[in-house]
Design a protein around this ligand. Sequence first.
Ligand SMILES: [Zn+2]
Length: 257
Amino acid sequence: MKITFLGTGISPGVPIIGSDHPVCFSKDKKDKRLRSSILIEKNNKKFLIDCSPDFRYQMLRNKSNILDAIFITHEHYDHIGGLEDIRPIKRTIPLYGLRRVINNLKKRFFYIFLKNNYSHLNTFKISLHEIDETCDSFLFEKKYKIFPLLVWHGSLSIIGFRIENFAYITDASKIPNSTIYKLKGVKVLVLNILRNQLKKYIIAISDTINIINKISPNKTFLTHISPMLGFHDDVEKKLPNNIHLAYDELVINTKYI
Ligand SMILES: [Zn+2]
């Protein structure tokens, strides 16, 4: 399974408009982060997790023009803002998300789902599929077993996804034990850096490492990164050997990890 990090930034992206944080002026390409999203390639199928507002540029940059499915973690703008830009992909794309997320998308992108749509948008088709948050797993195309991973994003329950021995979780503030259990045996984990809700959402690297140790994957890549974390190369040096900071355009193959 090939994983491409299309974006690894927090919601405003990095650099942030108007920010005077030194990381926002970094010359290092690894410090430039589009909004978080990954592309998974398996058996010539391409799955997208989250459709960021940078989706169009991410697809062009990655020379990708086809998608077989979209999986949405939650309805915040940085995870769905690029949905309208799937228009040039001339096929119906199945999109999976929690019921709450699907309902939200129907409202925000109502014109996509209008019947008798006579505008140019009528070539634009998404088939919506609700994920039952109590389900253990579901099958995509009767072949790919996908495990939704329930996590807390503040008071909002959102999901990550596990496919085989790879799992992707973003925007988590708390990971329940039931999800940690579902992550057992994962070889490659992508996880956001947790924030301490009791201490004004300060970036909590040690809490993140503790959770990773509980799951014990072979390798973890951290994503949804804020400039407050520091320069990519500095942070990378301080992390344990099996934990890395992801960066835009990083490609990994789970077979070799
Ligand atoms: Zn986000």
